[in-house]
Design a protein around this ligand. Sequence first.
Ligand code: ADP
Ligand code: MG
Length: 423
Amino acid sequence: MINQITLKELSFGYDDSLGLVLKNISLDFPKSGFTSIVGPNGSGKSTLLKLISGVLKSRQGSIQINGIDNMAIHKKEAAKIMSVVPQNTALEFDYKVMDVVLMGRYPYISRLRGETPKDREIAIENMKYTNTYHFRERSFNQLSGGERQRVILAQALTQQPKILLLDEPISHLDLQHQIEIMSLIKKLSIDQQLTVIAVLHDLNIAAAYSDYIVMMKDGEINSQGTPVEALNVQNIKNVFNIDVEVEVSVYTNKPYIYAITRNEIKKNHVKVHVICGGGSGSEIISNLYNTGFQVSAGVLSIGDLDWKISKDLDLKLAEDIPFTRISEDAYEANKRLAEAADFIVLTDLYIGKANLCNLRMLLENELENKTIFILGDETFEQRDITEGAATGFYNRIKSKKNTRIVSRDEMYSILNKAGASNE
Ligand code: ADP
Ligand code: MG
């Protein structure tokens, strides 16, 4: 069994005057497992699903199901391969639940023969599986959203498809029923080896249940891959234009996405350069950034904690390879950032031979009149791992006329005053 859906240079527009809704999409869907299609409203997800299921026809490009153009497959044959759970499951006419599920047998029922005991058996089996059998005699339109969704799923399964297409199957359900339906679909993909392709709007639900994610934007595929590959900070920013944090579980390697609800930052023009490393600057950097300062940092080792936060915030940064002595280029970059700043902060970082020149830099003539805040003066000796080489530099920095030994609170208070008068 292959269950392969392949899109080749597929384009589609509803109306020539309205432009293309899908633009030259080529994609091999995974042959098995659970694939989610995500993307903003209007990005073309439902349209794509309708093209695959044959509800819509495209004049540009092709869709192949197991190597055969989907337009060349007879409707009944296609229904034996694929079934569809559409977004809106209300029925125009009211039917008994049992009859709704039995409709799933239509690709197998001929007009002459009618439905057989075997058809009923299959319907009943799927009703039991989806926990809908006990209300088989009730009228479909009187069921709750979650119950209806399960009935439609029973119907889709009764079609005995190889591929199940779902369009936002849980969007109208409460959390408990969302999880119930998602778990059921996941179970199907495993127990019955159904290839599942679902449009989902909740990225965390998509991440939790999917083996593969296709992310769409403006009728194109923006990214695809495993949940960790596709749902990273940058892709989500590109597609949804929101800032998020992504935490990847060490147990499951699944990402969890948090929207960053940061109040709109009121920017000021005060530039602060932070000399830090090893996490000594992270809190300061994020506090200053979030209160509107223009923050830069250096020289930071690539991969270091302070480096990561600086990168996340897209700060100006002097960086270098870890575990090596700071290069001339990085030194110069750091010096330029310090020169451009209104204030320099020297955090309570560890000083080793590798980053010793961060201290030396503070003695450069060009920085003669800069205000330098020194934090953690009382712990300097413990942090000097240069066997004293740093002490000379450090004492000279301390003796400069614009150096101030401060606590963090004192520093924030001075900076905030400067920031407030310079918005
Ligand atoms: P999604 O499912 O990702 O929200 P859709 O595939 O429903 O997106 O819609 C993609 C684009 O096509 C949207 O701009 C939408 O307005 C348009 N569209 C959807 N259905 C129709 C239709 N029947 N006629 C004209 N335009 C449509
Ligand atoms: Mg849609």
